[in-house]
Design a protein around this ligand. Structure first.
Ligand code: ADP
Ligand code: MG
Length: 950
């Protein structure tokens, strides 16, 4: 039965209590072990009254079965279990969590209260299931006996807090997950000791694998003590002020195996505060900027280096931003423009550029900036003094890694002086070119108009170029000659000497005064005298046509020859006069002696014959020697140098000299001992000495002394004759005591045709001949004289190292005789000479055959096979000596021939037909000379016949 407001006495505690109050009052408690409400023990009544009066959800569990009593608020918690739960046992009502509850219930019944912070229940309070959280406590309630009869449980719903807390936790976790992957390092420190609560991956990477969480920063980073990190944290914690660091250096040992590394960090210490502003920790976030820092450092360093370099450079240096805006200038720019330090910018600098150059400079610079290509130009820059100077301006773009222009570095180099110099040089060059052109034209003119041969010959001897003079002189056109060898044009006989001379000239590199003949187109020769020079493999040849000169020289030589001849004849004429007397004396001596011999023979007296014969012989021999010399003197002979002994030659001239100077003068011949041999033409030397003697005689009309002396002379630098090369010479000195010569005469004495003598007396050719001969023989003529002091003429002739030429000794007194059976055929038309020679030959022991003309001589040759020697005159009637000799040689292979002739002409032409085994003698000759000659010829033939005899 349910009775509303039926409040029996003792049930006043059940007043109110909302729905639950009503339900409790209406409940049938008869089945409850603790009876009806008015029977309930006092504690229960009191508790129920409290419970029903409370807004807070509460329930009471009472009795051994823990029957539940609860209020409206708790009814909401029970959800669907209400209202059936009223008076029902607790463990049945919450059967689903009975296992959890039981120990708590038992503990409470054992007298120990239970407190639960959080219990999670699924409720359907609002028509749907939802999670609810509660905090509650079980407070045991004792009876008067002190036994626990039940317990009282007030509940506090914590669902909102729990959910809020959970959300917070989830938020934090999510945040930390985010932190975990953040690129910067993040760590969260808690409390005043800065205990690590969180650290992300980046942080671990930065500091190395360290055991952080739960430890203080001081424990984790002992190496940072003293680096002010901890103190900063303390400060932030204390003050609540954040701290921000840039590029803070830090040395961290990330790995015990490797040395500590320096890092640079950007970071923030952000205090973590409660809502009330209480600091509870520090949030740290930051970045490792080591690489950036180092890069910046490097950049700074390189910048510094660049600046230092740029300042040190002699040039002006500037930099510009990528957009071309000039932003830095070195001191040179400031010094040059006298701008105040740091005052210049792109705008003010561009004002320094010469106004005329400004537009093109701006345009070029803009183009370079647009394309990033190198910039180079020249323009004038205004100097502090207002003058403009030319500068070479160069700029290069500094590219970043991505190829973009980062900045520009430019230099201005003062090229004013060079530019001016170059300009001057150009002007100079232009004028030089003109000059060269003029010179070239001039040279071309010379080339074209030269009357001499000009040619360029290459190293192969081929004509590269010839001038028009070639056509004129040699008849060839230049194009006919070009490319041909010059040797093709040389006169055939001159090719070899030319080639030899050129080879020799290679060493000297040039050739001068070389003469050879070229063939004219008409086949006749032309004499050319050459000068050449060699330059870069080319021979530049200059040739002078000298045929005319040559002809003139030849003509002159011919004339001179004639003159010399005339002079000889003149000398001969003088000689003849001089010696006629002597010769007559000699003849007188011979004739007289012969007459006396005849007279004595008629008288039958023979004893004085011997003496007369000797006298006659003596006179005849002297006469023969005299004529011989005269003939030799008159003979026309080319220079035939022979090695000879000047003493002997002089000795042979004694009579001639004697006869030449006449009896008024004293003659001394002084021969040096061990005189060196000389090499010269003996006839010429005799002429020379004779000429000097004649001059001496002329200078001593009243008589005087003539001395001829030989000597060895060693010519050196000090004691020589200036015109002679140093070396050994033989001197022949002719000294007279005559009039001497005044200086003017002495100076000109050697000139041809210079004479002080009257017409018919002198030719003026004597000394010139002596001089010419001495020069030609490699020697010299020296004249020393003063008026009234006599004259000394010295002929120098070079010493000869070769052996002396053999000269037959025609003064031997021991005449060699025939040896054995030797037959001589003598052919001579003059009967006296023929008989004379026959007698001489027979006297010497030769078998002798004689003929008076050519044909009879031939006949004897044909009929007498045993003839060894033919002695024949050249000029013979019928058949001359030469022809006879030819026949004789044809008949007798080993025949020797000795020509004897009295004609100079024959002697001169003899060299044309003389053969081995032939000899020549000029008449007159001494018997001894004849005997010697024949003996010599026989000995040669004997040696040839029988080698054992030699
Ligand atoms: P030439 O005897 O025909 O006059 P030379 O050539 O021999 O010609 O001599 C030239 C000149 O030199 C002579 O005329 C003479 O004046 C002078 N002369 C030469 N030799 C002597 C000398 N021994 N003493 C003086 N004068 C001399
Ligand atoms: Mg003379």
């Amino acid at each position: 039965m349910f009775r509303m407001f039926d409040l029996s006495p003792g049930c006043a505690f059940l007043v109110g209590g909302g729905e639950m109050g009503a339900l409790i009052r209406a409940h049938d408690w008869s089945r409850a072990p603790f009876g009806a409400p008015h029977d309930w023990p006092q504690p229960l009544q009191t508790l129920v009254s409290v419970m029903l009066g409370a807004k807070q959800p509460m329930f009471i569990a009472w009795g051994a079965e823990h029957h539940m009593l609860y209020n409206d608020a708790y009814a909401e918690i029970l959800g669907g279990k209400h209202p059936g739960a009223l008076g029902a046992p607790l463990l049945e009502v919450w059967s689903e969590i009975r296992r959890d509850l039981l120990p708590l219930v038992e503990q409470t019944y054992a007298g120990r209260p239970v407190h639960m912070e959080d219990i999670t229940l699924i409720t359907e309070r609002h028509g749907y299931r939802e999670e609810a959280h509660f905090a509650f406590s079980y407070t045991p309630v004792r009876n008067e006996n002190g036994e626990v009869s039940g317990f009282f449980c007030p509940c506090i719903e914590t669902t909102r807090q729990v959910l809020a807390e959970r959300r917070l936790t989830e938020d934090t976790a999510r945040q930390r997950r985010l932190f975990e992957c953040a690129p910067g390092f993040i760590t969260i420190l808690k409390g005043p000791e800065h205990v690590f609560e969180f650290a992300n991956l980046a942080y671990s990477r930065l500091v190395g694998e360290r055991d952080l969480l739960g430890k203080t920063v001081r424990e984790v980073f002992p190496e940072l003590a003293g680096d002010n990190f901890f103190e900063r944290l303390d400060q932030v914690y204390r003050t609540g002020q954040r701290y921000i660091a840039h590029h803070k250096p830090i040395r961290l040992q990330t790995n015990p195996a490797s040395p500590p590394r320096d890092h640079f960090l950007d970071f923030i210490y952000e205090p973590v505060t409660t809502g009330a502003g209480q600091v509870t920790g520090i949030f740290i976030e930051g970045y490792d900027v080591t690489e950036t820092h180092l890069a910046q450092e490097a950049q700074r360093a390189s910048e510094l280096k660049f600046r230092t370099l740029a300042e040190a450079m002699p040039n002006q240096v500037w930099t510009a931003a990528a957009n071309g805006q000039l932003d830095w200038f070195n001191d040179r720019v400031y010094a040059y423009s006298a701008a105040a330090e740091g005052e210049l910018d792109g705008e003010s600098w561009s004002q320094l550029v010469h106004p005329d150059d400004r537009p093109s400079v701006a345009q070029r610079w803009a183009a370079a900036v647009a394309t990033g290509s190198d910039y180079e130009t020249e323009f004038r820059l205004r100097r502090a003094d207002g003058s403009y100077r030319w500068h070479l301006v160069r700029a290069v773009a500094i590219l970043a890694e991505d190829g973009q222009v980062q900045r520009w570095i430019g230099t201005n180099t003062d090229i004013h002086d060079q530019k001016m110099a170059a300009q001057n040089l150009r002007e100079l060059n232009d004028s030089l070119e003109m000059r060269v052109e003029a010179r070239t034209a001039e040279r071309d003119r010379v080339w074209r108009n030269s009357r001499d041969l000009l040619a360029i010959v290459d190293s192969d001897g081929l004509f590269r170029a010839v001038n028009p003079a070639w056509t004129e002189i040699l008849g060839y056109r230049p194009d006919e000659m070009k490319g041909r060898s010059f040797l093709e044009f040389v006169w055939p006989e001159d090719v070899e000497p030319t080639r030899r001379e050129l080879e020799a000239a290679v060493n000297r590199c040039d050739l001068s005064d070389f003469e050879n003949r070229y063939r004219h187109q008409d086949g006749t020769p032309r004499w050319i005298s050459w000068h050449t020079s060699v330059e870069s493999e080319l021979v530049y040849a200059y040739g002078r046509h000298i045929s005319a000169e040559k002809e003139q020289a030849e003509a002159l030589q011919h004339t001179e020859e004639l003159l010399r001849q005339a002079q000889k004849m003149e000398a001969l004429g003088q000689l003849t006069g001089g010696i006629a007397h002597d010769f007559n004396n000699l003849l007188a001596g011979i004739i007289g002696s012969l007459e006396l011999i005849q007279t004595r023979l008629n008288q039958g007296r023979t004893e004085p014959i011997e003496r007369y014969t000797r006298n006659a012989m003596s006179s005849a021999q002297r006469a023969a020697a005299l004529t011989h010399r005269l003939l030799a003197f008159a003979r026309r002979q080319p220079l035939a140098p022979k090695s000879l002994d000047a003493n002997r030659l002089l000795g042979g001239m004694r009579d001639l000299l004697r006869g030449t100077i006449g009896p008024l003068h004293r003659l001394d011949l002084i021969a040096a001992d061990a005189l060196w041999p000389i090499l010269c033409d003996p006839n010429q030397l005799e002429s020379a000495i004779l000429n000097l003697a004649l001059n001496a005689r002329d200078a001593m009309p009243e008589g005087g002394s003539l001395q001829v002396q030989t000597a060895n002379a060693r010519c050196g630098a000090e004691n020589g004759v200036s015109s002679l090369p140093a070396g050994d010479y033989v001197t022949i000195t002719v000294r007279d005591s005559g009039t001497g010569m005044p200086a003017e005469t002495l100076e000109r004495a050697c000139e041809p045709f210079f004479t002080t003598k009257s017409q018919g007396q002198g030719t003026g050719l004597g000394l010139s001949m002596v001089y010419g001969f001495a020069q030609q023989s490699g020697g010299h003529l020296e004249l020393r004289s003063q008026a009234g002091e006599g004259t000394i003429a010295t002929v120098y002739l070079p010493r000869h190292s070769g052996a002396l030429a053999e000269e037959p000794q025609d003064t031997l007194t021991e005449v060699p005789r025939a040896q054995g059976d030797e037959t001589v055929l003598l052919v001579e038309d003059d009967p006296i000479i023929r008989n004379l020679i026959t007698e001489v030959l027979q006297g010497l022991g030769y078998h002798t055959l004689a003929a008076s003309d050519g044909p009879s001589g031939l006949h004897i040759l044909q009929t007498h096979p045993c003839i060894d020697l033919l002695v024949t005159d050249i000029g013979l009637p019928g058949l001359d000596g030469r022809q006879l000799a030819e026949y004789g040689l044809a008949l007798h292979l080993k025949l020797k021939v000795l020509f004897i002739t009295g004609y100079a002409k024959d002697a001169t032409s003899a060299s044309g037909f003389m053969k081995p085994g032939m000899e020549m003698m000029t008449k007159p000759f001494a018997v001894a000379a004849l005997a010697n000659k024949i003996r010599g010829m026989m000995a040669v033939s004997a040696a040839l016949e029988d080698p054992k005899n030699s």
